[in-house]
Write a new protein. Structure first.
Length: 271
């Protein structure tokens, strides 16, 4: 209250001028039709600009909510497309979708370390479990490593312990995607046999063998390859389609057959 009184004392001449000026404009607008129209036009213009500015600011703050909505809708579409793909592959087998998806927001991400991780804003209360795959519309991101109630930690494909089963898009030769630890836009693929028909620009996709990722998720394109003397496999370098330094939303893929598949394979090893 004291500060308000001091402010009025200090600027009372300016405040008085503004009050008188405002009253004069009001009288001019109400008693002079021409000037009134001019003033109304002027005020409407700037009031309109003011509201337009407020709308822009409001839209900016709603952008986060809009992005989340779109990510959720995309997750539903992924699940639907996966189901339709299965039905298309085998029209006599009306099997339910092998994967279901949900969106998550990336709240922390590293790309410049030797071993990189992401933190997502969803955890066990949202159904997230260790071992689930994480993707975007442009590629594979990583695998859920650990989970708390509300958050989950992802081992990025930019991690030296990351090993993703991949294949050539146009051929069924399998390989392993391993990160060398240097450029976050690039990675390497091993174990593709050197009799495969390989070309610069070929697309590398997920193989689906691990039941962590669906088959056919795009990953990157071949930018170089060489045959290693004395070995039967190419050494391939690919560039990611996804810029992993700029991802904000991801999709967590839950395999509905992973546990059954792993149990069957474990029993086979015990025999």
């Amino acid at each position: 209250m004291y500060n308000l009184i001091q402010f009025v004392k200090k600027y009372h001449f300016i405040l008085l001028f503004l009050i008188i000026e405002g009253f004069s404009v009001f009288l001019l607008a109400t008693n002079n039709h021409y000037q009134g129209n001019k003033i109304n036009t002027f005020s409407q213009k700037y009031v309109g600009n003011f509201h337009d500015g407020l709308s822009t600011i409001s839209d900016f703050f709603k952008l986060k909510q809009t992005n989340k909505f779109l990510a959720d809708e995309n997750a539903k579409l992924y699940s639907l497309l996966e189901k339709q793909r299965i039905l298309y592959d085998d029209s006599l087998n009306f099997e339910a979708s092998l994967f279901k998806y949900q969106s998550a927001r990336v709240i922390n991400n590293s790309v410049h370390k030797s071993n990189n991780y992401l933190t997502l804003n969803k955890g066990t209360r949202h159904g997230i479990k260790e071992g689930m795959g994480v993707i975007t519309e442009n590629g594979v991101v990583g695998i859920i490593h650990s989970v708390s109630d509300r958050f989950s930690l992802v081992i990025s494909v930019l991690h030296q312990k990351s090993s993703i089963s991949v294949r050539l898009k146009d051929e069924m030769f399998l390989g392993r995607m391993l990160w060398s630890g240097f450029n976050y836009r690039e990675t390497t693929v091993d174990d593709i046999p050197n009799h495969a028909n390989l070309n610069i620009g070929d697309t590398i996709i997920s193989s689906g063998n691990s039941a962590i990722f669906p088959d056919g998720i795009i990953i990157g394109e071949v930018i170089s390859f060489q045959k290693i003397p004395g070995e039967n496999f190419y050494k391939i370098k690919i560039q990611f389609f996804e810029d992993l330094n700029r991802i904000h939303y991801v999709y967590v893929a839950e395999s509905l057959i992973k546990q059954e598949k792993e149990l069957l394979e474990l029993n086979a090893k015990d025999d």
